[in-house]
Every structure is written in structure tokens, then in C-alpha cells.
Design a protein around this ligand. Structure first.
Ligand code: FES
Ligand code: FE2
Length: 397
């Protein structure tokens, strides 16, 4: 019997239109399965090109026991490597991010180039071949400036995701942005509940007073009113596209949404969060573009900044939500933007969502839990759940 036979049995209890069996959310076994099998079989969003802006910049992406170095080479290429030395396996990058001319293992100082090649290893036997001991690569794709990695030996296709997302976010030119703020926030809930919570705004009216004042409640899983005038405006700006919604079994959604109450960006007061506009925008724009991917990310592109979110599970009931706010590379802190102002809206919203995900997890851990029905406007939650079930079954097969 395979170690994950019980997971296969639980997956069979999946009910259309309903939440998963409780053990799939809260058990140690399900966490081990997700971290060791399911999440290693799919593409995961890790960071943006702005997180590794200059040659030598590295960014460490971690998932349970696995750690991956994303690093920009001298040739400007962004690559990913396992964070494990080819000598006796020590971890090489100990910090979450940094800049280094070379990657040196802290244990016996084996030294690697930014392209992963082993450059120096002291007192090895004469027939030791350095070329055979470069860092082991991990699959990486640059999707319009969003970096995705996949830990599988044979990663699933990503071409359609890459084409659709690049086409719409290309105008924001992530290569010309910098990271203004990064928050790593630990939620006391299983990662799938954090995702489910992200995929609906059924809770927004009551749960997110700050968010709905600038975003309204349309679009995030609800039917946005069809505003013909807006679409005409967007067409004139060259930013009008049809909604992309998990086409043909793919794992991405892209939508431009009007902001509410005269807001020109996703900030706490709806006012510009950075005075230097980005992309093609010369004037403040009363809409934002949102991108969602299965199974671990979402992103919002405003006229003055970009905010991106990634999830990584760190335990059955612990999830890291990483939020990064990107601004124009020439924007000056304290002059063009205030880090606390730019982060305030999503910081408040993340806290509120952390609370909802936590009480959801606690209630599911209760013996009285039974699989519950999704509301009509929770269709995107069901899309996520269906993706999880299908990817899990495929990974087990
Ligand atoms: S384990 Fe890295 S140099 Fe020895
Ligand atoms: Fe929320």
C-alpha cells in the first residue's frame, strides 16, 4: 500500500459543489502529501523579476523541507537551483534574499557562479570534475515578469498561461519596477483554506470595509456589471481584453476591474500610492488588472504600483502569505511613496483574511464538521478545489 493511499481514499469523497473532507484540510498526512507530492507536480509562483533585479540578486523560495535559490546571472538570465551544496549537501543561501558576486557554501566554501557552475572546491582528488558538480537546476519560467518554478522532473505545460498573462501584464514592464515593501505573514490555517478564502468575496461586504471602499465588491468572484463606457475607455487606452477564466482546463484567470468611489489605485484612501506612474499610464486610471493562478498566487496591477501575493504551506495549520508591493524603479521612498501608505490596504485585508482562514481551519478540525455547499458566487473557490483534486489525483496516478 502506498504511503498516500489514505489520501486517495479521501479524494474519492470529494463532492461536486462542496468543501473537501476535513482531513484533507487539517491532517498531517494531507500536509505531507501536498508538500511532497501535489505541490511538487505543478508550477508555483515564487517572485517577480524585480525581486532579483540586478545580477547577483538572489531570492530563496521555500516549501516545507525544500528550498530553491532564484538568482540573476551576469548575463541577466534568471535561473533556479536547489539550495543544496553538491559537496555534502549543506544549505548554501541562508538568508531569504540578498546579493552576492558568487554563491559560496558556508560549510567548506565550495563556490558556485551565478549560473550554477562550480568554480572552486579545495583539496579534491585529482580526477575530480568540477563540471559534474554544478548546482542542480530547477525548472523556471518567466511569465511576463512573474517567476514560476516547478520541482517536478517533467513539469506540466505552461505555454498558454505564459502567453495569456504576458500579453496583458507586459504593459506594466516589471523589469522597470523595484520592490518597495515585502511582508511575510504567517496565517494559522491550512494553505488550501487561505486559497479558498482568496477566491471569493462573499465575505467582503462584512469582512473588508477598507477593501470594498476602493474595490467595490464586484468582480472578485461576483459578476461585474457590464459598463460599456468603461470598456470604451479601456479600448482607447489599449488595455481592453476579454475575461480569461481558466480556459480549457488551464490554471489562470485575468480580469480588468473598475475601481470604486473614484479610487485610482488599491490604496487605503484610493489616492495614488506612488506619484511615479507605471506602464503606459500618463494619468491616474480608475481600474486595475488582476491575475489569479492555481494553486498559489494572485496579483493586482494598478497605474502606480503592482501588488503580488504568493502562498507557501509551512505546516498543516501554518501558511506563509508573502505580499510584495512594486513601484517604479525611479520612485524615491519618502518623496514619491510612503511604504506604510502603499501597504496599508492589503495589510489590513490580509489580517482580516488571516482571521477568517484561522476560524475556518479551527471549525474544520472539529469532529462535527461536514462538507458544506459553496454559494453561487463562490464559483472560483470551487475552481480552486477542482484544480486541487484533479492535480492530486494526477500526481497519485
Ligand atoms: S557541504 Fe558545501 S562545501 Fe561542504
Ligand atoms: Fe478576503
Amino acid at each position: 500500500m502506498s504511503r498516500f493511499e489514505p489520501i486517495a481514499t479521501l479524494l474519492k469523497k470529494d463532492r461536486k459543489g462542496h468543501t473537501l473532507p476535513g482531513e484533507l484540510y487539517v491532517s498531517e498526512e494531507a500536509f505531507a502529501f501536498d508538500a511532497e507530492v501535489m505541490l511538487k507536480s505543478v508550477w508555483l509562483y515564487a517572485c517577480t523579476v524585480a525581486h532579483v533585479k540586478n545580477p547577483g540578486d538572489y531570492f530563496v523560495f521555500e516549501l516545507a523541507n525544500n528550498s530553491i535559490i532564484i538568482v540573476r546571472g551576469r548575463d541577466n538570465e534568471v535561473r533556479a537551483f536547489w539550495n543544496s551544496c553538491r559537496h555534502r549537501g549543506a544549505r548554501i543561501c541562508l538568508e531569504q534574499k540578498g546579493r552576492a558576486p558568487r554563491l559560496m557554501c558556508p560549510y567548506h566554501q565550495w563556490t558556485y557562479g551565478l549560473d550554477g557552475k562550480l568554480l572552486a572546491a579545495r583539496s579534491m582528488a585529482e580526477d575530480f570534475d568540477k563540471d559534474e558538480h554544478g548546482l542542480n537546476p530547477v525548472a523556471l519560467e518567466n511569465v511576463g515578469g512573474l517567476i514560476f518554478i516547478c520541482m517536478a522532473d517533467n513539469p506540466p505545460p505552461i505555454d498558454r498561461v505564459k502567453a495569456d498573462i504576458s500579453e496583458q501584464i507586459g504593459i506594466y514592464n516589471l523589469d522597470t519596477l523595484k520592490v518597495a515593501v515585502q511582508d511575510d505573514y504567517i496565517e494559522d490555517a491550512n494553505w488550501k483554506l487561505v486559497m479558498e478564502n482568496n477566491r471569493e468575496c462573499y465575505h467582503c461586504d462584512v469582512g473588508h470595509p477598507e477593501l470594498i471602499s476602493v474595490l467595490g465588491t464586484t468582480g472578485f468572484g461576483k459578476d461585474a456589471p457590464d459598463d460599456a463606457a468603461k470598456h470604451k475607455e479601456w479600448a482607447a487606452l489599449g488595455i481592453e481584453h476579454d475575461l480569461v477564466e481558466f480556459p480549457d482546463g488551464w490554471w489562470h484567470r485575468i480580469a480588468r476591474l473598475p475601481l470604486a468611489n473614484g479610487a485610482v489605485t488599491q490604496s487605503i484612501d484610493g489616492k495614488l500610492a506612488c506619484q511615479k506612474l507605471i506602464g503606459p499610464f500618463k494619468e491616474p486610471e480608475t481600474s486595475s488588472l488582476s491575475v489569479w493562478t492555481q494553486p498559489n498566487s494572485w496579483h493586482h496591477f494598478c497605474c502606480d504600483h503592482v501588488v503580488t501575493f504568493s502562498l507557501t504551506p509551512i505546516g498543516p495549520d501554518k501558511t506563509m502569505l508573502r505580499t510584495s508591493w512594486l513601484v517604479h524603479e525611479d520612485a524615491v521612498e519618502g518623496v514619491d511613496y510612503d511604504p506604510d501608505h502603499i501597504a496599508a490596504l492589503w495589510r489590513a485585508t490580509n489580517q482580516q483574511d488571516g482571521y477568517f482562514s484561522m476560524i475556518n481551519h479551527q471549525g474544520i478540525a472539529n469532529d462535527g464538521y461536514a462538507q458544506g455547499p459553496y454559494a453561487v458566487e463562490e464559483k472560483l473557490v470551487e475552481d480552486f478545489k477542482d484544480f486541487y483534486v484533479a492535480a492530486s489525483k494526477a500526481a497519485l496516478a
